[in-house]
Design a protein. Structure first.
Length: 123
């Protein structure tokens, strides 16, 4: 004799389906150049040698003027940043023990290095 009770069909949960994502095309990240503005003109920081010390981040910058009465000129700025990356409006102080490190940082800044060589060249 057949069993009169029928088992209801089993509810199965569907297997999760892996969603195939189309890879996004990554755009190359272009770094926005640092800018500056002074009374006699404004422009971009074209080259920068920067090191990190326990107290601050001393920096030597090659400023390229693009606007104002100094447009087309270059100037050298000795400055520093705090450890949070904030520009400080005080003169740069560089301990003698960090001179070699700053010299090494200058190897990546050919124009700036050339200008500084003019500064220290024996006359």
């Amino acid at each position: 004799m057949a069993d009169s009770t029928t088992t209801p069909p089993r509810k199965t949960t569907p297997e999760p389906v892996a969603k195939v994502l189309k890879p996004k095309t990554l755009k190359p990240k272009t770094l926005k150049p640092k800018t500056f503005s002074l009374h006699w003109g404004s422009g971009i920081v074209e080259e920068e040698a920067i090191i990190t010390t326990p107290h601050h981040r001393p920096c030597i910058q090659l400023l390229k003027f693009t606007d104002g009465e100094a447009a087309g000129q270059y100037e050298v700025r000795f400055c520093y940043y705090d450890h949070r990356g904030q520009f400080q409006r005080s003169p740069m102080i560089l301990d003698e023990q960090y001179l070699d490190e700053m010299r090494a940082a200058l190897t990546a800044t050919p124009k700036l290095k050339r200008l500084l060589a003019k500064l220290v060249r024996a006359g």
